[in-house]
Ligand binder design. Structure first.
Ligand SMILES: Cc1ncc(COP(=O)(O)O)c(C=O)c1O
Length: 389
């Protein structure tokens, strides 16, 4: 059997750096206690790992107060805390058609059951939203703008800085779904005029599954929509208002936080720019190769500026799922097919009726040889399909 080639890094990064596995193993054996809940040594030490990670992540996107970084299970969890905690009956929210279901569905829920109005800004033929379209939708009851930073389907990076500036000028909070971007491209909350960001640990940050978080700018408060243990001031009957407890509930995923810490350290040691350059060189090579194949359609990939290492395509006349199965079974290549939890992107591209499209997601451990094999595999599949007519 040929070498296994993992091109599904948009779903989750795999493998993780060796340092992540090693650190998680040693952390959990040595410090796998409930952090910050008691005063004994390893409890304090485990608590320090949690707080160090809070601090390191906050610095990573230029936040100002590590206490305003709250850990969650993943970005879906963080986005739910944001959307349900910032919107109420009679409010208006603006989002986009490029969003993942972790934004679309909570907004839909609020629209259907809680009387929240929602506008979705469409993206253009190249996969970008226009900041002015947001401005045109601002109303006196607009209480949240929530935008995907980098698309998990077509890879485009949205102009969140410009949207953030317009929001700031109009006193409207903006939250950004940084699930794909944080850990891949530099992010400076302040320079981008962002109020809230949501992230997940297992994708570009190279940590494990089950850990994510959100950061809330000073001066903005998100209502708590849950309540429970925080490990401090247990006699208080209500959930605590101060951050990070305000948006953290129950025992944290310390093992996940430890893995996230190691992932972040690995990224910093290798250099975010160098890693991104490597991934985009491979993405360009893959795009160029796929573009030359007759019978392959690429979506929103003409210009790879403002783009992450995600490519979407279909073999003409073939359902995405079948292409994915052939890549898996005949070539040992892992990709992701279907709607990628972002159905409105496929509605817009006209790929819903093909049951979606095929996504290749390139990660730090992919090589030129992987890309050559993937191009050859798609070429053979397209040729076979054209012979079948
Ligand atoms: C853009 C985007 N947002 C949100 C999510 C949800 O991430 P998680 O499943 O880690 O909650 C994903 C994951 O696919 C994503 O790509």
């Amino acid at each position: 059997m040929s070498e296994f080639i993992y091109l599904d890094n948009g779903a989750t990064s795999y493998p993780k750096p060796q340092e992540v596995y090693t650190y998680m193993d040693s952390f959990y054996r040595r410090l796998g206690v409930n952090p910050g809940r008691s005063g004994y040594d390893i409890c304090m030490e485990a608590g320090e790992v949690v707080e160090d990670t809070r601090q390191a992540l906050t610095e990573f996107f230029n936040g100002t107060d590590p206490n305003r970084l709250c850990f969650s299970y993943n970005s879906t969890d963080a986005l739910n805390l944001i959307i349900f905690g910032m919107l109420k009956k009679g409010d208006h929210a603006i989002s986009t058609t490029i969003e993942h279901n972790s934004v679309l569905r909570p907004l839909y829920h609020l629209w259907k059951y809680n009387g929240v109005e929602v506008d979705h800004i469409p993206f253009n033929s190249q996969g970008f939203v226009d900041p002015d379209d947001f401005k045109a939708k601002f109303k006196s009851n607009t209480k949240l703008v929530i935008v995907n930073h980098a698309s998990n389907v077509i890879g485009t990076i949205q102009p969140v800085g410009e949207i953030g500036k317009l929001c700031q000028e109009n006193g409207i909070p903006i939250a950004v779904d940084a699930s794909q971007s944080l850990g891949k491209i530099p992010m400076d909350m302040d320079a981008l005029n962002l109020d809230v960001i949501a992230f997940t640990g297992h994708k570009s940050l190279l940590g494990p599954t089950g850990i994510g978080g959100l950061y809330v700018r000073e001066g903005l408060e998100i209502r708590h929509t849950r309540a429970g243990g925080t490990g401090v001031r247990s006699a208080v009957q209500t959930h605590l208002d101060e951050y990070p407890f305000r948006l953290e509930y129950g025992t944290p995923n310390t093992l996940g936080i430890a893995g996230l810490k190691a992932g972040l350290e690995w990224i910093k040691a290798k250099g975010l720019d160098a890693l991104f350059r490597h991934e985009m060189e491979l993405t360009t090579m893959l795009r160029d190769g796929l573009q030359k194949i007759q019978g392959v359609t690429l979506y929103c990939q003409d210009d790879l500026t403002d783009h992450i290492s995600v490519l979407l395509f279909n073999v003409d006349g073939m359902e995405a799922l079948n292409t994915g199965t052939l890549l898996d079974v005949d070539y040992n290549i892992a990709c992701r097919t279907g709607l990628h939890c972002a159905p409105r992107v496929h509605d817009h591209l006209g790929t819903t009726q093909l049951h979606g499209a095929v996504r290749f997601g390139i990660g730090p451990f992919n090589t030129e040889a992987h890309i050559r094999t993937a191009i050859d595999a798609v070429s053979e599949i397209a040729e076979m399909q054209s012979k079948r007519g």
